[in-house]
Write a protein that binds this ligand. Structure first.
Ligand code: ZN
Ligand code: ZN
Ligand code: ZN
Length: 368
């Protein structure tokens, strides 16, 4: 008999409390969180049926069965496979045998519509909610082993940032620098590179600038925002660099940004709302005259996914609790001139927070 993982048991309890009878999860972070299976996102259905009554099943295409078994998921749930000519939606419906008509089903938030529509046809009397009504509560509060994984990822990305000054040189393109950074992300222990943003000069004023062909020049301010996945958990860290002397107005803006980022980190305590953390950063930048140039929320949760709950944004009255992990990344963007952002991942502790990124936050000056 399979023995559910602790996460599956917590999910079952949460489902019972929320009045959800079962979760139907396709490939993605919720499925990985619950049973540790990194399912491929295929046109064939892969579906974890997690039931409040504990009768869980993992439905996989027959050719995927070896991968599912190698993941160890079979220790936690019964694996059922189906042949190319079977109707996977009918099989999924059978995994819900015994539930009353009108059962409440949580569809994975990232479940493709082609699968959800097929399931809805096969289960016409069910009512549907987002699976995140159950999984959000679980995944937001990281267990100690998850915090360890995030800490290792944070230390690895810090080691990459420590190498960035050696890669920046007037005459190199953003893309050349970006490729070296991507190599370093892997060399420092990540299994995958999730993104590399090298925003030089005016490009830095676009927060998600796509690293491109611009040639670095003397006097450029450069935003470097990088992240990867290490042992399943994500890193994400931004630091600022300047080649030669900083442009006019840069030093004052960066001083305000450092104060804002520190204020937001200092404000993190259990019971404080996510909105209050956003306000802590925004108030400093507004008072310094940069409020209109801080064009995004202060942060996002991080874990198995690069961006997940909780979002650190005005209007989010969620009270922070120990174990929650998120970025604090205020920025200042002056179109046509330059941009800057400072980003650390923090984890809420019993009396404040731990920063998982610890490199100095001042802009690093590099000789041209
Ligand atoms: Zn971002
Ligand atoms: Zn970032
Ligand atoms: Zn981020």
């Amino acid at each position: 008999m399979p023995v559910p993982t602790p996460a599956l048991d917590r999910a079952a309890a949460q489902m019972a409390a929320a009045g959800v009878d079962a979760l139907l999860l396709g490939p993605g972070a919720d499925l990985r969180y619950l049973v540790g299976y990194r399912a491929l996102p295929l046109e064939r259905l892969t579906l974890l049926v997690a039931r409040a009554d504990g009768r869980h099943a993992l439905l996989v295409p027959r050719l995927e069965r070896p991968r599912a078994e190698d993941s160890g998921a079979g220790g936690a749930v019964a694996i059922q496979d189906f042949a190319e000519t079977d109707d996977p939606f009918a099989l999924a419906a059978r995994c819900l045998d015994g539930l009353p008509p009108g059962a409440v089903l949580g569809a994975g938030d990232r479940l493709w519509s082609t699968f959800l529509l097929g399931l809805q046809d096969a289960l016409p009397s069910a009512s549907w909610v987002r699976a995140s009504t159950v999984t959000r509560e679980l995944r937001m509060r990281k267990a100690p082993d998850e915090v360890d994984a995030l800490r290792r990822a944070g230390q690895a990305i810090d080691r990459v940032h420590a190498q960035v000054p050696g890669l920046l040189k007037a005459g190199r393109t953003e893309s050349e620098v970006g490729r070296d950074i991507a190599d370093a992300i892997l060399a420092e222990g990540h299994q995958t590179v999730n993104f590399v943003i090298v925003g030089s000069g005016p490009n830095g004023a676009s927060p998600h600038h796509e690293t491109g062909s611009r040639v670095l020049a003397d006097g450029d301010a450069i935003v470097v925002d990088i992240g990867g996945t290490l042992d399943g958990y994500c890193s994400d860290c931004t630091r600022d660099y300047v080649v030669g002397d900083p442009p006019d107005g840069y030093a004052e803006a960066h001083a305000a940004l450092e104060t804002a980022q520190a204020a937001a980190c200092d404000a993190v305590h259990p019971g404080v709302t996510a909105a209050a953390i956003d306000a802590a950063a925004r108030d400093v930048l507004s008072a310094a005259g940069y409020g209109g140039h801080f064009v995004h929320r202060t942060g996002h949760g991080i874990g198995l996914e690069e961006h997940e709950d909780p979002y650190i944004v005005a209007g989010n009255d969620l009270a922070l609790a120990p174990g929650m992990a998120f970025s604090i990344e205020p920025g200042v963007y002056l179109p046509g001139r330059f941009g800057m952002r400072i980003e650390d991942i923090v984890v809420v502790t019993d009396d404040g927070c731990e920063r998982l990124n610890t490199l100095d936050r001042a802009a690093v000056a590099v000789a041209p």
